[in-house]
Design a protein around this ligand. Structure first.
Ligand SMILES: Nc1ncnc2c1ncn2[C@@H]1O[C@H](COP(=O)(O)OP(=O)(O)OP(=O)(O)O)[C@@H](O)[C@H]1O
Ligand SMILES: [Mg+2]
Length: 223
């Protein structure tokens, strides 16, 4: 479970907050869509949930524990062990192979390397990427890179998955497959999954949908 409690965040002290008094709870076992116009703060919200940014006010809770103001190295450790993040632009290490990209972060989960490798190859097969396992990540298309980024998040079997437009570069069939896979992961393993999408059709495949404007309306209604 991940939750934001009355979270306010601004990138610079002289700018208006991107998030102001936002409350959000991502229930275990559910896939939630996050929607809203470009620039409204969806990625920022994901980075806060992913413990990559720290709110100026309010708190972030992971499995019921306040984690937002822990020292950097503690947050990094929690992130590595418990959170799978799919960046909007994949963010693969293009100097390394596809399989290394998928497995590298999972070492910090404490799972046996052999299990991680087996799971990584199974995921690559599921997303029709087996032929690229030994290729450099720089040789992949945008859509292939996004699917590798998804495999990298799933391989850890994390308690929380945050996927920032994981279907942005994908055709309809692959987009459906990604969202269905995230929903399966949530339902089967009790994972809390948040997915940013602009696509109404994909949002309809999720268990719940949040409009960023509603979070904003909520915050302006707050005392
Ligand atoms: N590193 C940064 N420094 C300063 N401002 C930033 C930074 N990153 C984002 N912003 C600003 O914060 C606001 C929210 O950006 P964010 O990337 O969260 O939007 P988004 O909803 O994810 O947009 P998109 O749908 O285009 O991905 C924008 O006004 C953006 O310009
Ligand atoms: Mg974004």
């Amino acid at each position: 479970m991940i939750a934001l409690r009355d979270v306010t965040f601004q990138y610079r002290s002289d700018s208006t907050p991107v998030l102001d008094g936002v409350d959000l709870t991502l229930a275990p076992g559910a896939l939630t869509a996050l929607r809203g116009p470009s620039g409204c703060g969806k990625s920022t919200l994901m980075y806060l949930c992913g413990l990559m940014l720290t709110p100026q006010d309010g708190e972030v809770l992971l499995n019921g524990r306040t984690v937002s103001h822990l020292p950097d190295r503690h947050r990094s450790r929690l992130r590595a062990a418990s959170i799978g993040f799919v960046f909007q632009d994949a963010m693969l290490d293009t100097t390394r192979s596809v399989i290394d990209n998928v497995t590298e972060g999972a070492a910090f989960t404490g799972r046996a390397p052999r299990d991680i490798a087996a799971r990584a190859h199974a995921l690559l097969a599921e997303f029709e990427l087996s032929d690229h396992a030994r290729a450099k990540a720089s040789s992949l298309s945008g859509g292939q890179s996004q699917r590798v980024a998804l495999c990298r998040a799933l391989v850890k079997a994390p308690t929380v998955i945050l996927a920032d437009e994981p279907s942005g570069n994908l055709d309809r069939a692959n987009g459906d497959r990604v969202v269905d896979r995230l929903r399966d992961e949530a339902h089967r393993h009790g994972t809390s999954v948040l997915v940013v999408t602009h696509d109404d059709r994909l949002a309809a495949r999720c268990d719940a949908s949040i409009e960023f404007e509603v979070l904003s309306a909520h915050r302006s209604a707050a005392p």
